[in-house]
Design a protein around this ligand. Structure first.
Ligand code: CUA
Length: 250
């Protein structure tokens, strides 16, 4: 900790440099790592959390690198100086600071993380349930209206619940634009929820290494306006009815 006016000056200069470096690194990280479009309500909260993490990462990086570079440049060995540096042993105040400050950060982020997780995974009434089956190396979607499709189609602004099973190995449900991700485990049913807020076409991908063709385990995802969704369901169920009628006739 600063003891003399010169020490204090060093700390003020480094403090200002750390703030400047943090702001620059924060901007750089967020520009260099752009996220996909925010297509679900969950993506808004999750992106906020990612943003705070990047800011903390920028700050920790700056804190270490600025202090180190400042010391390396300012306190480097002079050409004719062969003396040893001053001997230091321990600094109680500094040790308390570097223990307590990170502890506060960890506790605060734990709280925010738990709050975000419970918010993102919360159950709601009137969820649209799709039974999803994952297998090497594709997906099948069973809709509440009683048909199976090879694509995930959902209406906009309605909370969706995927009830997921695997017939072989571990897979994982991931639509980057929705941000949510959930493992699919053989023998049990896992659940993932999200509320799409942007109509469009996306891709569901498996994000768990599951064998030779893991890379190709993709399925189209379409988020439709409510009336378009109804029309799509009508089209699918119209296909089922005549088949049933035909069987009855025979
Ligand atoms: Cu299924 Cu990777």
């Amino acid at each position: 900790m600063p003891k003399s006016p010169t020490d204090r000056r060093h700390f003020i200069i480094v403090g200002v440099l750390v703030v400047i470096a943090t702001v620059l690194m924060d901007i750089l990280l967020k520009q260099a790592l752009p996220l996909p479009v925010q297509a679900s309500i969950e993506s808004l909260t999750i992106d906020q959390l990612i943003g705070w993490h990047l800011t903390i990462i920028a700050f920790l990086f700056s804190l270490i690198v600025v202090f180190m570079l400042y010391s390396v440049v300012l306190f480097r060995r002079r050409p004719d100086d062969d003396s040893d540096g001053a001997h230091f042993e321990g600094n109680t105040a500094l040790e308390i600071v570097w223990t307590v400050v990170p502890l506060i950060f960890v506790v605060v982020f734990t709280f925010i993380g738990i709050d975000t997780l419970s918010n993102v995974t919360r159950a709601e009434e009137n969820e649209r349930v799709v039974q999803l089956r994952a297998f090497q190396w594709s997906w099948a979607f069973e809709y509440p209206e009683g048909f199976i499709a090879q694509e995930l189609v959902l209406p906009i602004n309605e909370r969706a619940r995927m009830e997921m099973t695997s017939t072989d190995v571990l897979h994982s449900f991931w639509i980057p634009e929705m941000r949510v991700k959930q493992d699919i485990v053989p023998g049990i049913t896992t659940v993932v929820r999200f509320t799409p807020i942007m109509a469009g076409e996306y891709k569901l991908r498996c994000s768990e290494l599951c064998g030779l063709s893991h890379w190709s385990m993709l399925a189209p995802v379409r988020i439709l306006e409510a009336d378009e969704y109804e029309a799509w369901v009508a089209e699918r169920t119209a296909g089922i009815a005549p088949a049933v009628a035909q069987v009855e006739e025979e």
